[in-house]
Design a protein around this ligand. Structure first.
Ligand SMILES: C[S@@+](CC[C@H](N)C(=O)[O-])C[C@H]1O[C@@H](n2cnc3c(N)ncnc32)[C@H](O)[C@@H]1O
Length: 319
C-alpha cells in the first residue's frame, strides 16, 4: 500500500509543521528596524552595497552550489558534529544558502529557520524542501546585519561560510548573538586563512579569492574568528587548536580541482587566467619563486587542486 505509507509519513510532518510554525512566527515577530532594512528595494539590497554584490555573486553560484566541497558528506557531517543541537532546539542557520546544513540538522532538532539574502539560493533550498518533503525548515529572506527576529529567540544560532563575505563582521556577529537565548549555542564555521601565513601572502590569498568571487571580503585566521566571537558576547571555551587552525574549536580540510573552484563562481576571463596561472604556479613550485597563494595548491595527475581549511568556533551566549 504505497499511498498508505506515503500518507503515514506525510501527516506527521504536516502536524509537526502546524506545531512549530507558530513558534517560528513568534520568533519572527519583526522588530521595526529589521523590517525596514529588509524591505526589498531598501538600501541593504541596493547598488553600492556589499549585500548587492553578494546577491550578484550567488545568483551566479546557485546553480553550481551542490559542487561546493563544503557540501560533501564528510564536511557536512563534520559541521553537524561541531554544533551541539537537541531534539527540542529551535535553530537559526544564518546565511544558509541552499540550506545544506539546515537539512543535515533538521531530523535532529525541532525546527530550523534558514535565512539568506539571495533569492536564488533560497529558491533551491525551498525546492529541496518540497522534493524531500521536509516540514521543519522555514526559509526567510533576510540581511545578516538586520535579522527579522526578536532578541533571545533561538536555542542555537550558527552561520557557515558567511563571515568572510561581511563588510563588518562585528555588526553581523552582534546581530547573530542578539537573537540567541542567554546560554544558547553560537557557532561560526568559515573558510579560514592559515594562521601560519605572512601578512603579504594573506593579502594575496584574499586578492585571488576576490578575483574569483566578487563578494569576497576577508579570510580570518582561527584566532581572529574566536576573538570576534568573544567580542560579540560569546563564551568560547574550547578554542585550542594549534598550527594552521590556531584558536579554533574544530578544523577540517577539503580539496577540489582548480576547474571546479573557478567555474563555480563564473569570474570574468581575465580573472580566470590570473587565477589559473597563480594556482598552477603554486602547485608546480610550492613556495619557491614567490609562488605561494595560501590555497596549498598541488597537482593530482595533470589537474591542479586547491585546498580549503574550514574552521569552527563554538560557544555559548554570556548571560
Ligand atoms: C558560501 S554560501 C554558504 C551557504 C551555507 N551557509 C552553506 O554553508 O552551505 C554564503 C551564503 O551567504 C549568503 N550571504 C552572504 N552575505 C550575506 C548577508 N550580508 N546577508 C544575508 N546573506 C548573506 C549568500 O547569499 C550565500 O547564500
Amino acid at each position: 500500500m504505497p499511498i498508505y505509507g506515503a500518507l503515514m509519513r506525510y501527516i506527521p510532518r504536516q502536524l509537526a509543521f502546524l506545531e512549530y510554525e507558530p513558534l517560528v512566527q513568534a520568533a519572527k515577530t519583526l522588530n521595526p528596524e529589521a523590517l525596514s532594512a529588509n524591505a526589498v528595494g531598501a538600501n541593504y539590497y541596493g547598488a553600492g552595497t556589499v549585500a548587492g554584490l553578494v546577491q550578484k555573486a550567488f545568483r551566479r553560484q546557485a546553480p553550481h552550489f551542490d559542487k561546493h566541497p563544503a557540501l560533501s558528506t564528510d564536511v557536512l557531517n563534520w559541521t553537524k558534529s561541531v554544533l551541539p543541537v537537541k531534539s527540542d532546539s529551535l535553530v537559526l542557520d544564518c546565511g544558509a544558502g541552499t540550506g545544506a546544513v539546515s537539512r543535515i540538522l533538521a531530523p535532529h532538532v525541532k525546527h530550523v529557520v534558514a535565512t539568506d539574502i539571495s533569492r536564488h539560493m533560497i529558491a533551491i533550498g525551498e525546492e529541496k524542501n518540497t522534493n524531500e518533503k521536509i516540514a521543519n525548515i522555514t526559509y526567510e529572506r533576510a540581511e545578516n546585519d538586520a535579522l527579522p527576529f526578536l532578541d533571545n529567540s533561538f536555542d542555537v544560532v550558527f552561520s557557515r561560510l558567511n563571515v568572510h563575505h561581511q563588510k563588518d563582521p562585528r555588526t553581523f556577529l552582534k546581530e547573530l548573538v542578539r537573537v540567541v537565548k542567554p546560554g544558547g549555542v553560537v557557532g561560526i564555521i568559515d573558510q579560514i586563512r592559515p594562521s601560519t601565513l605572512s601578512a603579504r601572502i594573506a593579502a594575496r590569498m584574499n586578492y585571488l579569492e576576490s578575483l574569483r568571487d566578487i563578494s569576497h571580503q576577508n579570510f580570518y585566521s582561527g584566532n581572529e574568528l574566536a576573538q570576534l566571537l568573544r567580542d560579540a558576547g560569546v563564551e568560547v571555551s574550547q578554542a585550542n587548536h594549534t598550527g594552521v587552525g590556531a584558536g579554533l574549536t574544530a578544523v577540517i580540510e577539503a580539496q577540489e580541482s582548480l576547474e571546479n573552484w573557478i567555474s563555480r563562481a563564473e569570474p570574468n576571463p581575465l580573472n580566470i587566467k590570473i587565477l589559473s596561472a597563480s594556482i598552477e604556479g603554486n602547485a608546480e613550485y610550492g613556495t619557491d619563486y614567490d609562488q605561494e597563494t595560501g590555497f596549498q595548491a598541488s597537482f593530482a595527475g595533470e589537474e591542479a587542486q586547491v585546498k580549503h581549511i574550514y574552521g569552527a568556533v563554538v560557544g555559548t551566549k554570556r548571560s
